[in-house]
Design a protein around this ligand. Structure first.
Ligand code: ZN
Length: 240
């Protein structure tokens, strides 16, 4: 962020997948920045449902939060199917989700967040968006090394060296657990935002949209659903 910019007039680009975390990040950015644009990637995810959720969530945000809607600018979707082509993972192929010999789940797409932020910087440079916001989280993460704060701090340095830019990589969820991410959404947008996240954000690795739980749609048993459900229970406990 340059010295002449204040957080209020700075502009942000949010990595927005249509999941719970990135939807919460989008609300966080809309609460802070005068101008916010969103960026999604099509990298051959097994389930196009996640990409469809993005559009619905943006519509719902505009409908329920006019102040945020006034700040919400263009949505960008980049074709990164090359990433799916070079990585064999359970995110992009029809294989069972399991833990690999190195301890990482086979949903791991190597270096995905490095690429996502690098593309975000390229787009942000062109559009004057210097706060790059992502929902990476080290607390409840699945062991993905590209979600770690140390990884992203190093990437921020590399991006700024490589672009002569003044980007900040902002990760408001980094030190929150899933219960506190539900709580943050409630702080930012109250029940209306929580309802949007429950009904329209998508987390389930299996792409299940038929079954609705109190925390939203999903199979209820894949690692992503379990994290989301456990977080909901934790947040319920926090309120009682
Ligand atoms: Zn699931």
């Amino acid at each position: 962020m340059s010295p002449t910019e204040t957080p209020e007039d700075a502009a942000a680009l949010v990595l927005f997948s249509g999941g719970q975390d990135s939807t919460t990040c989008l609300a966080w950015a809309l609460d802070r920045f005068a101008r916010v644009e969103t960026l999604g990637f099509d990298y051959g995810q097994r389930h196009a449902v996640e990409l469809a959720c993005r559009t619905t969530i943006l519509e719902q945000m505009r409908a329920h939060f006019p102040n945020w809607g006034a700040r919400l600018g263009a949505d960008h979707l980049l074709d990164l199917r090359t990433l799916g082509a070079v990585s064999h993972t359970a995110m992009t192929e029809t294989v069972a989700i399991e833990t690999m010999a190195n301890g990482l789940p086979n949903t791991f797409v190597p270096g995905r967040n490095l690429l996502f932020f690098t593309f975000a910087a390229a787009l942000g440079h062109r559009r004057g968006l210097h706060a790059l916001v992502g929902g990476m989280c080290e607390t409840d993460y699945s062991g993905y090394p590209d979600c770690r704060d140390a990884t992203l701090r190093a990437l921020e340095t590399a991006i700024n060296l490589g672009t002569l830019g003044q980007f900040t990589l902002q990760t408001p969820l980094m030190w929150l657990d899933k219960a506190r991410i539900w709580a943050l959404a409630d702080e930012l947008g109250g029940p209306a935002l929580t309802e949007i996240i429950i009904d329209h954000s998508h987390t389930c690795y299996l792409g299940e949209r038929g079954k609705r739980w109190e925390w939203g749609y999903g199979c209820g048993s894949c690692p992503a659903c379990m994290l989301r459900a456990n977080g909901w229970q934790g947040w319920t406990a926090m309120r009682t």
